[in-house]
Every structure is written in C-alpha cells, then in structure tokens.
Design a protein around this ligand. Structure first.
Ligand SMILES: Cc1cc2nc3c(=O)[nH]c(=O)nc-3n(C[C@H](O)[C@H](O)[C@H](O)COP(=O)(O)OP(=O)(O)OC[C@H]3O[C@@H](n4cnc5c(N)ncnc54)[C@H](O)[C@@H]3O)c2cc1C
Length: 389
C-alpha cells in the first residue's frame, strides 16, 4: 500500500514546482540569508511567501487541502532551500512532522479541524518531545498530563522546541500515566494550542540554525481539551512518535545534503577565484582532492535519500534506509562544511563569507531527529534482524 498522503505527480508537474522553488530561493531567500542569520532575525516575510507556495501543506494530503507531495519530491525541495540557507526549512519541517502525525494517528475530527488550517499555514505547529533531562531517552520525560473532567491539566517543561515562539501550537509528548511499566505505555501526545499556562520561558541562543525560534517551555496547570488527545486513546504517544521517524529522518537527511551541496558550490567557486603561487587554488591537487571527495559524497547522499524516500512513498518499511540516509547525508553536510572552511582558508572565519554559516548549521543535523550515533546502532540492529540466522 502506498503512503496515503501522496498524490500522483507527473515529471512535468514536478519540474514546474522545482523551478518555482528555485526562482523563489533566488529572489527571496538568498538575498537575506546572511543578514538575517547574523542578526538572528525571524524571516516573517518568507513565512508569508511559503504560505503562497503551499509549503505548509507540502506533504498533507490533497483531500485536506495540502499539495500531497511524495517524500521524494519534498526532499528535493528541502535540499534546494538548504543549499542556500537551511534554517527556513525548519519553519515548515517541524510543522509538517506534526501534520503528518495528525494525518497518520489523529481522529477524523482532529484531521478535519487541523489539517486544512495547517495546509494553508493559518495554524503553524511544531514538535514538543525533548525535555531538559530527556532527549534520546524519550521515555524518561517528566511532563505529566492528568485528566480532570473534560480536559487534561499539564505540568512540566520542554526544551529546544522549534517554532514554539512564532507558531500557534505543538504536538506535545506527555506522560498520562507516569507510573506505567514499561514506561512507554504511559505516554501520550496532545495537540497543544497556546493558552494560559503554556509559557515560553526562554528563547535559546544558538550557534547555528539561527533566525528560527527554538525555546524552552514551561507548563503550569495548562489545560488541553480531552478531545485533543492525539487519536483519542491514551498510551499511544511513544508509538506515534516512532511512527513519524522515517519521514522525519528523510527530512533531516535532505537538510544535511543541502548544506553539503551549498558548501560544495561555494567552494568550487572560491577555488577558481582565489590564487596562490600564481594559479587558482583549484589547480592545486590538495584542493582537487577535497572537491572530488565532497562532490562524490553529495551525489551518494542524494541517492540514499531518493532510495529511502521512494521506499517510503511505496509504503515499504524503510527505517534502516531512512537511518542510512540521515546518517550519511548529515555527516556529509558536516564534512563538506568543514572542508569548505579549509578551502576558504582564513576568510572562512569572516562572517562576510557564507561558508561559516554552513559550518555552524551543519552539525545540528547530525544531532537532531535521532543522533547519528543512534542511527548507526539502529542500522546495525536492523541488519541483524533482517539477516537473522
Ligand atoms: C537547534 C535545535 C533544535 C531542536 N528542535 C527540537 C524540536 O523542535 N523538538 C524537540 O522535541 N526537540 C528538538 N531538539 C532536541 C533534539 O532532538 C535533541 O537535542 C536530540 O534528540 C538529542 O537529545 P539530547 O540533546 O538530550 O542528547 P542526549 O540524549 O543527552 O545524548 C547525548 C549523547 O549521548 C549519546 N547517547 C544517548 N543515548 C545513547 C545510547 N543508548 N547509546 C549510545 N549513545 C547514546 C547521544 O548519541 C549523544 O551523543 C532540538 C535541538 C536543537 C539543538
């Protein structure tokens, strides 16, 4: 069975969409990237243009007002934007992870109520999993939601939550039964719109992935209507989180691959402009070795992403493939950004050159959506499980 969110897109439709995205990047994203990043300024105007482009509904089914893009086309869009400036992709990425969870696991009433408004960008969301004491080990979260009559009362704290300042709501992972054993059986997801007791306690200052709001949140007797429990049944939150990981990893892989491609582009250009010992540095073998390695890894990343995305679009199991794409493409992002820094030499340390932003943005992709250390462990476990003797 293919993934329900995906509609048929002809090669011509795909190309027309990618051409539109390319023009938008050139006209609107590239000119502001350096200034907005350095000033940590939120790109409100890009948000409005993303609404017009349909990006907030990119992977939401057409029946709920979205574009219904397959993951393979969506990944190409994310690569293109990230090759110029990765941060703005976070504005619709985390939003779409929330939308995808509602579409996959929500009740029909939740889908009808939220997805059309999310598709237009009227309501913008994010994902609230991480807590000060729990990132990789999500079952250790301490935020508790207690059912009292027709609503849940939430108390606890989250950290590193992207889109929580400028967005309208988050998909909030909570414990509805903090004493459950095993721990995951007591976890649930709430569709948490901002309201009394939903407190943004701090906007994080970040070395990279700037301009985009990532915050610490506190919940103090914050009330969520009981019918906003995702899927309507308690105890499903951990499973619902894991259900979004394949698409989430393909997303992050695409962001890493975009960073790699952008760093490569900047490097190829600079290597022809900069001269040492009377020749462009592109003629030195040491630089050629770097460019050759970078370009090969970028192409390999694209193929891994395409293969995982195609498997996802067909509805095939692809946790190992998405893990491989996420691991390899994001390491390639970090590798190419660092090699780019070396190619730019001392100028790489000047904020007048964009390569330093790629370097600051790259490592986050190795950490978010499951660290790369964890990806390798998941890949190895799958290898053994799929080849059990
Ligand atoms: C800029 C930014 C934006 C973010 N946005 C969001 C967001 O929108 N929503 C959200 O919920 N979260 C978000 N996060 C949080 C992110 O998902 C977590 O930082 C990430 O999951 C890692 O968790 P941690 O930081 O607690 O690291 P830890 O879990 O403490 O891990 C620390 C180290 O230990 C390793 N490790 C942990 N457990 C194991 C194990 N069993 N075996 C081997 N190694 C292990 C990890 O690989 C890592 O190297 C964001 C983070 C950042 C920096």
């Amino acid at each position: 069975m293919s993934n329900e969110t995906n509609a048929e897109w002809s090669a011509e439709d795909e190309q027309a969409l990618l051409d539109t995205i390319d023009s938008w990047i050139e006209k609107s994203v590239a000119p502001i990237a350096r200034e907005y990043d350095l000033e940590d300024k939120y790109p409100h105007e890009l948000v409005e243009e993303m609404k017009d482009l349909g990006l907030f509904g990119a992977t939401i089914s057409q029946k709920y007002g979205g574009l219904g893009l397959p993951a393979s086309i969506y990944a190409k869009i994310v690569i293109r934007i990230s090759a110029v400036w990765m941060a703005p992709t976070g504005i619709f990425n985390s939003h779409l992870i929330m939308a995808s969870a509602i579409e996959r696991a929500g009740t029909e009433e939740q889908k009808q109520h939220y997805l059309p408004k999310m598709a237009t960008g009227e309501l913008r969301g994010g994902i609230g999993l991480t807590e000060p004491n729990a990132g990789t080990d999500l079952q250790a979260i301490r935020t508790v939601a207690k059912l009292e009559g027709d609503h849940y009362v939430v108390n606890g704290a989250k950290t590193w939550i992207t889109n929580s300042l400028n967005g309208d709501m988050i998909l909030l992972l909570v414990k509805t039964d903090p004493n459950a054993q095993p721990r995951y059986k007591g976890m649930s997801m709430l569709i948490a719109e901002k309201g009394d007791g939903f407190i943004i306690s701090k906007k994080m200052k970040k070395s990279g992935y700037r301009s985009i709001d990532t915050c610490e949140l506190v919940f103090e007797n914050y009330k969520v209507p009981a019918n906003r429990l995702l899927g309507g049944v308690e105890g499903q939150g951990f499973k619902q989180t894991l259900g979004g990981l394949e698409l989430g990893r393909i997303n992050v892989a695409a962001r890493g691959c975009g960073i790699a491609e952008g760093a490569l582009r900047l490097s190829v250009r600079y290597a022809q402009e900069r001269k040492t010992f009377g020749v462009p540095i592109a003629e030195h073998q040491a630089i050629q070795l770097k460019l050759g390695e970078m370009a090969s890894k970028v192409e390999a990343s694209k193929l891994l992403i395409e293969s995982a995305a195609k498997a996802f679009d067909k509805g095939e199991r692809c946790d190992m493939e998405a893990g491989m794409a996420k691991y390899f493409a994001t390491e390639t992002g970090a590798y190419c950004a660092q090699e780019g820094m070396r190619i730019f030499g001392g100028y790489s340390y000047s904020t007048e050159y964009e390569i330093e932003r790629f370097h600051r943005d790259a490592l986050l992709m190795c950490i978010g959506e499951g660290t790369n250390e964890m990806q390798k462990i998941i890949i190895a476990k799958q290898l053994v499980a799929r080849n059990a003797i």
